[in-house]
Write a protein of this length. Sequence first.
Length: 308
Amino acid sequence: MSSQELVVLTCASGRQCSHVIPLLYGKYKLRLVVNSDKSAARLSKQWPDAEVVQASLDQGEDARRVIKGATAAFHLNPPFHPREAEICYNMVDAAVKETKDGNFKHFVFSSVLDSQLRKLMNHDVKRYAEEYLIEAGADGSLPYTIIQPTHFMDMFPVKMLMESEKPVYPANWNPDVPFSYIALRDLGEAVANILMQREKHYFAQYGVVSTTPVTYTEFAKIASKEIGKEIKIEQLSYEDSVTAFLAKMGLDKDPHPLTRDAAQRMLLWYNHRGLLGSPNVLEHLLGHPTTSIVEWIRLQIEEAKKSS
């Protein structure tokens, strides 16, 4: 990629892009797409050389506006949005048009591990989005890459637990169900590599995890050892866990019924089944070992000490 090429990043104020932007900033022209005034103001201050654009991507004209003039895009759908599939359709349609009218070359879509799981509404909607993207690129005219991350280990509140005299982790689901986790630092590096290396990732689908399966009970034991305090786990009731999860995602203010439905379905699944994968694919994308739970916790401890 040339430093003059424009890369679009949607949901630019979110967790994933916060780990991608620093790796691309200064190397390429960046267009950071957000929805709110608050996000636009924050990113404009944080990344002054980037173009920050407000848009509602469930509107086709806004999708075409943010893709206009771009060479590549890293697209994330807003999580648990009631029109999540349509947002991706609009972005794919805009990218197809830009391949004909402009110089668009690469659509990178952040989906989810095991998008085949229809019982999970937030996975199933991404299955439709993946299908739409694959069909759009099936004639070779829209090169794409689908990256499918698992459960973020960054959701584990190390700093909060460190600061508590008697730390308690409020589990939103059965803590003895195993998951494979991904460190956002690994995901950000993988996405940046895919965008920078471009052609070698055309038409690929990558299920990415940083760890082999580990339960939250085991995760908390590792964290307990590192922070020097025993972390107790208390599982919330199902209804309380739905409320807590929506609040953690910033979706608790009068959520759309479909948003609540998706959260409820996900937590029912997590009470009995996790998301399991192998770190091999992510290690291939990174060119080095993935971040272990111990390594990640130690990094969080260092950051917490610096911030205090």
